[in-house]
Design a protein around this ligand. Structure first.
Ligand code: NAD
Length: 302
């Protein structure tokens, strides 16, 4: 990262990409949530509650859940972790979610994905009470987002949007390309950018000539799960590049995490760029805290 300017850290010269520091921004978001949580506790006499359900022992999921619980504590939320064995069946998982749906101390329910293969992700998402669906994956919340009235918005795209607004301010009229069309990142990202009045193109694994499409964009959000796929030739000089990808690769015999963007190649061309790690990842978790508080307020104000 030598030779790069860090966002919010002082003067930025013309030829350097702004590095969008997700750690710093997410810490700010968590602090803001903590302040609002204190006000919530004063008003209602208890903490907003977040239940996180982990099935099995997937190492990456274990790390994510640990980080979520840690951030929840920092944000002043009451977090409850449920660990279920890898062979848990659908009936047992549904019953736990149903119990959490009916627990007045729980305002947010998150089932960590991916699930072991005997479990159906769509079924379990549909069982979560939409008012407690802090991941924003329930079909009702998907519909609300696509009609522009979303309240519980998927955390990763929400974090990306916050970063873009920090760097660019008003996004109206920008040409944005989203690489990837998954339900958890690509599609909700496109919906959010559209709501922010961008002109949005989604490209995916069947799209032809992705490079040419990306190279006209003011904003590129890469969420394809393809290590270092996006090169400098794909990027218009000065464009803002958000790298959602988290890919474990072998480098000199060591395992390391890289994004979907070839950072070293793209950074000199981009106007602003997120690093991996330390970009979108921490923002995702901070937005989960924000959603839990939003859900709790909405439930108490009913
Ligand atoms: P996914 O596998 O569900 O979807 C990937 C999408 O990318 C698909 O729509 C596919 O059509 C598209 N795609 C695949 N190969 C492509 C190619 N060569 N060219 C263009 N498009 C291509 O993945 P996902 O769940 O959306 O996650 C995407 C990436 O983001 C992964 O690396 C994942 O680990 C990461 N991720 C990060 C966070 C975070 O918090 N930072 C959160 C969620 C996902």
């Amino acid at each position: 990262m030598l030779g790069c300017a860090i966002y919010n850290s002082g003067e930025i010269s013309d030829n350097m990409a702004v590095i969008i520091d997700g750690k710093q921004l997410s810490a700010q978001v968590v602090q803001e949530v903590a302040v609002e949580t204190r006000a919530f506790v004063e008003e209602f006499g208890f903490q907003p509650g977040l239940a996180v359900v982990l099935v099995g022992e997937d190492p990456a999921s274990q790390v994510y859940v640990r980080n979520k619980v840690k951030r929840a504590t920092e944000a002043g939320l009451h977090s409850i972790e449920y660990k279920l064995p890898v062979h848990t069946d659908q009936v047992t998982l549904n019953a736990l979610v149903d119990k959490l749906n009916n627990d007045p101390k729980v305002h947010g329910v998150l089932v960590q994905l991916p699930l072991p293969k005997q479990l159906n992700e769509e079924d379990i998402i549909a069982v979560i009470n939409p008012e407690k669906d802090v991941d924003g994956f329930h079909p009702i919340n998907v519909g609300r987002l696509s009609s522009g009235q979303g309240m519980l918005i998927p955390c990763t795209p929400l974090g990306c949007l916050m970063m873009l607004e920090r760097v660019l301010g008003n996004l109206s009229g920008k040409n944005a390309v989203v690489i990837g069309r998954s339900n958890i990142v690509g599609k909700p990202m496109a919906a959010l950018l559209l709501k922010a009045n961008c002109t949005v193109t989604i490209v995916h694994s069947r799209t032809q000539n992705i490079e040419a499409i990306c190279s006209g964009a003011d904003i590129v959000v890469a969420a394809a799960g393809q290590p270092q796929m996006v090169k400098s030739s794909w990027i218009k000089p000065g464009a803002t590049v958000i790298d959602v990808g988290i890919n474990a690769v072998e480098c000199d015999g060591k395992r390391k995490l890289v994004g979907d963007v070839d950072y070293t190649d793209v950074e000199p061309v981009a106007g602003a760029i997120t690093p991996v790690p330390g970009g979108v990842g921490p923002m995702t978790i901070a937005c989960l805290m924000k959603n839990t508080l939003i859900a709790a307020r909405a439930q108490m104000n009913k």
